[in-house]
Design a protein around this ligand. Structure first.
Ligand code: SF4
Ligand code: SF4
Ligand code: SF4
Length: 235
């Protein structure tokens, strides 16, 4: 099965409609039981700003030396068209006219099932930042982490034989004091990254005033990737 089809299960599983803002999906800045003295790195994807150019994905592939056909990040086009219903924009059925995109990547769960099931400790949380990452030298290739991830966000990197995930560019960028490659690359300010526990950070202030949602909150994974869904005026 191709990577794209496999990873599309991510969207199918969470349902495109889950990016519609609802009272149950809204998240505050701080998680329950969170130690506010420790950093909590979050990424915010603002669907209102994303134009679907895909430059974030290309930047990620280069920064993380990913082999052809593999990616830590996919951009999915969400269509507003539904079979049997006229599109509110163009009037056609099952059209593809709505320009709405969604980021598909590791959700950086605070309660990460991939870490819990890994028998070797390869999938782990970086003790300093709390970011879910991999110790390539410990990965046995058993794929338990891939099976345990409710977001289908992990994949085997054939170049390294390691089950890979987006780790917010922990080693490739953050270790050098830089922002993640995708965030640096986005010209449209659709990606925002920072420490949500730092009251002076932009991301802290943004999440305090903007409603955001998390994918599949019912799993209790507490993702650190937040989505600001498209807001339709007059709805
Ligand atoms: S670079 Fe920014 S605007 Fe372009 S697809 Fe990525 S998030 Fe969207
Ligand atoms: S999204 Fe999947 S791979 Fe990423 S931290 Fe959560 S369980 Fe692990
Ligand atoms: S944070 Fe880094 S690893 Fe994750 S999608 Fe962005 S560029 Fe790729």
């Amino acid at each position: 099965m191709s990577e794209n089809i496999e990873r599309r299960r991510f969207l199918k599983g969470m349902g495109a409609a889950s990016l519609i803002l609802g009272p149950m999906g809204c998240s505050s800045v701080k998680d329950d039981n969170e130690d506010a003295n420790k950093p909590h790195y979050v990424m915010v994807f603002d669907q209102n700003k994303c134009v679907g150019c895909g430059e974030c994905k290309e930047a990620c592939n280069v920064a993380n030396n990913l082999p052809d056909g593999k990616s830590k990040l996919l951009m999915e086009h969400q269509s507003g068209g539904v079979e049997g219903q006229a599109c509110p924009h163009c009037g056609k059925e099952a059209c593809n006219c709505e320009r709405k995109f969604v980021r598909v990547s590791c959700q950086q769960c605070k309660n990460a099932p991939c870490v819990a099931v890994c028998p070797t400790g390869a999938a782990h949380k970086d003790p300093k930042t709390g970011i879910v990452t991999m110790d390539a030298s410990k990965c046995a290739g058993c794929k338990y982490c891939i099976g345990a991830c409710p977001y289908n966000a992990r994949f085997i990197n054939e170049e390294t034989d390691v089950a890979d995930n987006c780790d917010f560019c922990l080693n490739s960028k953050l270790a050098k004091g830089e922002l993640p490659a995708c965030v640096q690359q986005c010209k449209y300010d659709a990606l925002i990254f920072g420490d949500a526990n730092d009251p002076t950070s932009y991301v802290n202030k943004l999440l305090a005033v903007k409603d955001s949602v998390r994918m599949k909150p019912q799993f209790g994974t507490e993702p650190s990737l937040r989505y600001i869904p498209v807001v339709k005026l007059g709805v």
